[in-house]
Design a protein around this ligand. Structure first.
Ligand SMILES: NC(=O)c1ccc[n+]([C@@H]2O[C@H](COP(=O)([O-])OP(=O)(O)OC[C@H]3O[C@@H](n4cnc5c(N)ncnc54)[C@H](OP(=O)(O)O)[C@@H]3O)[C@@H](O)[C@H]2O)c1
Length: 256
């Protein structure tokens, strides 16, 4: 019988894998047998996360490399590292890097706009272009970009973030079409609000937090581990006919 969540002999790269949703997905992949490289800017957090996960006795092993996806040189260094670490290419790319600067339009500085766009959208573009040859080389290829419900609905003070995530959703669909002929699938996961660091500002303000919850049919934020099943499904070698799709994991927000 086929085990759809068998990731033994699979090799994955998780950008943003040291924290939040990326870390949950990394742990799940390791538990199911994948070898995973995690990458983001903060080397100390990468090292701690990697050591922690490697001490859990998971089937797969974790290593790390720093990257700033707003820098093409830094992405090239990462891709060289991945290429040296993994023989036979890369099976799974999870792009969970992201940032948010919240403000009404009249207060958004040009630099804020650029920072968010560079991390959430331009970084994804350079990353996909640079990693393509490694995905093509592998026996199967899966790409998952972590978008947001604000790719398709919005909220005040999210002009920059929503524009970047809406762009990421359409970028992913386009690459899904281009890479279909190679058997590489490209999908997005669109989370609603989750209890992670990116929401620190919202979580610090009880009134704002409750305002958010009132929009959610499940009346709560998601727990980070509630992202795992969607990610494993899209990363599975068995999900070979699912491409250009978006899985919304939002406690019902976008249906209400
Ligand atoms: N939590 C939510 O409610 C929610 C909802 C919808 C969508 N999302 C999306 O889900 C993804 C993961 O977010 P999260 O909730 O897990 O929050 P998080 O813990 O803040 O994760 C963001 C990750 O992105 C990395 N990162 C940021 N800028 C980077 C850069 N320039 N280069 C490389 N890595 C960078 C951060 O690591 P370093 O700081 O070490 O670089 C961090 O690991 C993000 O794309 C976010 O937009 C989250």
């Amino acid at each position: 019988m086929i085990n759809p969540f068998n990731f033994e002999n699979s090799r994955a790269l998780v950008i943003g894998g040291s924290t939040g949703l990326g870390k949950e997905i990394t742990s799940a992949l390791l538990r199911h047998g994948a070898d995973v490289i995690i990458a983001s800017r903060d080397s100390q957090r990468l090292e701690e996360a990697c050591n922690g996960m490697n001490s859990n006795g998971f089937l797969g092993s974790c290593s790390y490399k720093d990257v700033d996806i707003t820098s093409e040189d830094s992405i090239n260094d990462l891709i060289n590292y991945v290429s040296a670490e993994f023989d036979n290419g890369l099976n799974i790319l999870i792009n969970s890097a992201g940032m948010n600067i919240r403000n009404p339009i009249e207060k958004i500085q040009n630099d804020d706009w650029d920072q968010v766009m560079n991390a959430n959208l331009r970084g994804a573009f350079i990353l996909h272009r640079s990693v393509f040859h490694l995905l093509k080389e592998a026996e199967y290829g899966r790409v998952i970009n972590i978008a947001s419900i604000f790719s398709s609905v919005s909220y005040p003070e999210r002009a920059t973030y929503a524009a970047s995530k809406g762009g990421l959703l359409m970028f992913s669909k386009t690459i899904a079409i281009e890479w279909a002929k190679y058997g590489i699938t490209v999908n997005t996961i669109s989370p609603g609000p989750f209890l992670t660091e990116i929401n620190t500002k919202v979580l610090e303000d009880r009134e704002n937090y409750e305002k958010f919850c009132s929009r959610i049919p499940m009346a709560r934020f998601g727990e980070p581990e509630e992202i795992i099943t969607a990610a494993l499904f899209l990363a599975s070698p068995q999900s070979s006919y699912v491409t250009g799709s978006d899985i919304i994991v939002d406690g019902g927000w976008t249906s209400a």
